[in-house]
Design a binder for this molecule. Structure first.
Ligand code: AQP
Length: 329
């Protein structure tokens, strides 16, 4: 099991947590799990060095606060394991230009930046992600729906490499939970909650002031009807709120529909705002505790990098050999 998260914006948002990180915490109990903060991916768009460094530590602190346990999983920073960039080069050489051009995330992000300003790194970012996954011989990759196409590319490239050079990589599957595959923007519930595309009011950052978070939930866009029913086509806003409510509390959606029958959107939003506050308040505190203890954080990362490198180096060495590189003596 392998997955990663970018340290770009500082705080994780609710989509990151419900779509990915929450699953990571559960899966560390049952799988040999590798989780990383993908700082190499972060520099595909312009970054301030001091901010990147601070945000990388902040991402690690949030992962620990969310419940990752370094004794149950391998938690590391991507740039601490140079094999990622090394295997990415090999994979770049197997990827068609047209194939990379079809990646919708690249199309969206480069369109937002202006095609001339988008970096070559942003273009080949999905191929780096392929290397990330294949290095650990991952069977499954827990991600949100927006990553499905990249996992498909990973499967294609693993099979291409194996077909050309002999069986080397496992072909992974995306692990996407249907219920939380896509958490939507609170102001435009037809598009995903996203750090780069959502408006501040549509985006719930887990480290924001709990009061501000509650306010955003209370002003979430719903519809002109009053009935609380899960229906993503007719009622995307209400359905999104029900998904979040259900996932954070464990109450199933039919039970919530019954609970709020005849009560109107105000009651649902007020209660969900409270649920959110109860969730983010200890999360913020735990994150701060990890940030206040840099020695523990550094030692978690040193141990994680060592464990990750042991696996990654072995896979890379096999791949280099298969490609025909002369072994270094
Ligand atoms: N809205 C979402 N619903 C469900 N899952 C989501 N993920 C992201 N948004 C949603 C999942 O979070 C994991 C980490 O993604 P990332 O490293 O790409 O994080 P990000 O860049 O912070 O996420 P954004 O908001 O998607 O950024 P933009 O839009 O700027 O690229 C992944 O598993 C992802 O699927």
């Amino acid at each position: 099991m392998l997955s990663g998260i970018q340290p770009t914006a500082g705080s994780f948002h609710l989509g990151n947590y419900l779509g990915a990180v929450r699953q990571w915490v559960a899966l560390q109990e049952t799988h040999d799990a590798f989780y990383m903060v993908v700082d190499l991916h972060a520099i595909t768009v312009p970054q301030d060095p001091a901010e990147l460094r601070a945000n990388t530590r902040l991402a690690v602190a949030q992962l620990l606060a969310a419940g990752l346990d370094p004794d149950r999983c391998t938690l590391f920073v991507q740039s601490h394991v140079p094999e990622h960039a090394q295997l990415a080069w090999v994979m770049n050489c197997l990827t068609g230009f047209g194939e990379a051009s079809r990646m919708t995330q690249f199309k969206d992000k480069s369109a937002r930046q202006g095609a001339d300003r988008a970096s070559v790194g942003l273009f080949t970012y999905p191929v780096l992600q392929v290397a990330d996954i294949l290095l650990y011989q991952a069977d499954e990759v827990p991600v949100g729906e927006d990553q499905r196409q990249h996992i498909e590319l990973t499967r294609d490239l693993a099979e291409r490499f194996n077909g050309r050079f002999g069986e080397t990589f496992r072909t992974p599957e995306a692990y996407i939970l249907k219920e939380t595959a896509k958490i939507y923007d609170l102001q435009d519930p037809t598009v995903k909650m996203s750090k780069s595309a959502s408006s501040p009011k549509g985006l719930i950052n887990l480290l924001d002031e709990p009061k501000a978070t509650a306010k955003k939930v209370r002003s979430a866009v719903t519809d002109t009807d009053t009935v609380i029913r899960y229906d993503v086509v007719e009622k995307p806003g209400v359905s999104n709120l029900l998904t979040v409510y259900s996932t954070l509390t464990g109450a199933d959606i039919p039970a919530l529909e019954e609970k709020y029958d005849g009560k109107g959107y105000g009651a649902l939003k007020t209660d969900l705002a409270e649920v959110m506050v109860e969730f983010v308040t200890p999360f913020r505190e735990r994150t701060q505790q990890y940030l206040d203890d840099p020695e523990t954080l550094d030692s978690v990362l040193a141990k994680g990098a060592e464990k990750a490198r042991a696996v990654a180096a072995e896979t890379l060495s096999r791949a280099y050999d298969r490609v025909g590189f002369l072994p270094a003596k």
